[in-house]
Ligand binder design. Structure first.
Ligand SMILES: *Cc1c(COP(=O)(O)O)cnc(C)c1O
Length: 447
């Protein structure tokens, strides 16, 4: 297990563009961010130079409950596919929250506690982040308030019960409990909600309650930093057996698991020490990289958060209710956006039914029920392994298996009953939300 997180930004020549204050259009100052986020996390968010940041002992002790996570060679899958490729997956589902999100939840809760705060607020989409954060908060005796996207709150009642069992208060979003929630409800009555709305509500709840700060489970630089434990462990395990990956694949919602998995490999690539084919996989229903614009945009629907320069579908874009809730965010990590823009990685978008075909193919031989989000990576790993079958190449494929799908059985049931469909937004849908992108000229002109 690593003793320090790896900060990929230290090795990037083109750093991610700075966050901007939505009011002034100027780069945000640390003091401004400290009204929203914990102090130490603001420091990590803005740190572009420290290559390694020590993981505090208390966090490492928590990690020991479920880490290092296994890096598994998928022998049975290789055999079933009849491929000469070697397939490995890093499995992050072996903890009660069922996903990689716990790696950052414990870090963020720890720094909130260190600062002497009473509690934290957050949003959750599919519920994985809220579950992870409620586990971390109960461990550290912090209050946890979760705004849960309404459609998930209604469709995934069991997620909510796990959070409540760990002591969190869960509110469906948009709600009447915040000003921004009431405004969104007035403009879009009957809305299913979105991550962007829930973020706005959670931020408002943090800044209007004494002793609270807001925490976020993906997208931010600090989250990618914490998730670097995934990549560092993966690299340590591969190095131990002298295995060099050719292709590294991860699903991309806000970019945290992918950013964490690829971190040390991308670092080598940036320093010119090695080359890898790095692939982000996103749903065709929410294609930020493959069809989005690289521009400054709001991170939330209520426009209360700083602006980030990223691949985005527009803050107003509400994707169809596909079954990979964790991949429904309109934007993307600024770090990954810059790396993608500079050609260091590629992206693929895949339709939902093909993702479930792959999930089932994987589950039946590897014995793990994968989360729909994770199954996006499985789908592309299978495609690459099948290509090797055609060409006879013995490529080494590594992918991130971010979590388990036990709370996604309604989705599996739809799939098994043949009722699942693929919704893909039209160009007109996207143009409508692109038209609302903010005009920002400070620093970099918009593209
Ligand atoms: C949240 C989540 C994701 C997507 O989030 P990233 O920040 O892009 O990693 C992927 N898989 C699972 C299981 C998740 O819970």
């Amino acid at each position: 297990m690593p003793k320090a997180w790896y900060n990929l930004r230290a090795d990037m020549k083109n750093k991610p563009a700075p966050l901007l204050n939505p009011g002034t259009g100027k780069p945000v100052r640390p003091e401004e961010l400290e009204a929203i986020f914990c102090k130490e996390l603001v420091k990590q968010e803005l740190d572009e130079t420290s290559r390694f940041i020590e993981i505090p002992e208390a966090i490492r002790n928590f990690y020991r409950m479920y880490r290092p996570s296994p890096l598994v060679r998928a022998y049975c899958l290789e055999e079933k596919l009849g491929t000469p490729a070697e397939i490995y997956y890093k499995f992050e589902g072996n903890n009660t929250s069922g996903s990689h999100k716990l790696n950052s939840a414990i870090a963020q809760a720890y720094y909130a506690k260190e600062q002497g705060l009473k509690g934290v607020t957050t949003e959750t989409g599919a519920g994985q982040w809220g579950t992870a954060l409620s586990m971390a908060c109960s461990y550290l005796n912090l209050d946890c308030r979760v705004y849960m996207v309404k459609v998930s709150y209604e469709q995934k009642p069991f997620r909510k019960e796990v959070m409540r069992t760990f002591g969190a208060a869960v509110t469906p979003s948009p709600s009447e409990t915040t000003e921004v929630g009431r405004k969104i409800l007035a403009e879009h009555p009957g809305t299913d909600g979105s991550l962007g709305c829930a973020i706005s509500e959670a931020v408002e709840a943090a800044v209007t309650n004494d002793g609270y700060r807001y925490v976020l489970g993906s997208v931010l630089n600090q989250v990618l930093l914490h998730q670097s434990v995934i990549g560092l462990e993966t690299k340590a395990a591969l190095d131990k057996y002298n295995i060099k990956p050719d292709i590294i694949i991860g699903c991309a919602g806000g970019g945290s698991n992918l950013g964490g998995l690829i971190a040390p490999f991308m670092g080598q690539k940036l320093r010119g020490e090695a080359d890898y084919d790095i692939v982000a996989v996103e749903p065709a229903s929410c294609p930020s990289f493959t069809r989005g614009k690289f521009a400054y945009d709001f991170c939330d629907t209520g426009k209360v958060c700083p602006l980030a320069k990223m691949y985005t579908l527009g803050y107003d874009f509400i994707p169809s209710a596909n079954h990979a809730g964790g991949l429904r965010y309109h934007g993307m990590s600024a770090i990954l956006s810059q790396l993608y823009h500079d050609g260091y990685m590629r992206a693929v978008s895949v339709p939902q039914t093909e993702v479930f075909d792959a999930a089932v193919e994987f589950a039946r031989v590897e014995g793990i029920l994968p989360a729909p989000e994770s199954s996006h990576a499985i789908k592309v790993a299978l495609d690459e392994a099948k290509k090797c079958r055609e060409t006879g190449e013995k490529k080494v494929i590594v992918f991130g298996l971010t979590g388990t799908g036990y709370f996604d059985l309604a989705a599996y049931s739809k799939y098994n009953d043949g009722l699942m469909d693929d919704y893909i937004p039209t160009d007109e849908d996207l143009e409508r939300s692109f038209a609302k992108l903010p005009q920002v000229w400070s620093g970099n002109p918009p593209e």
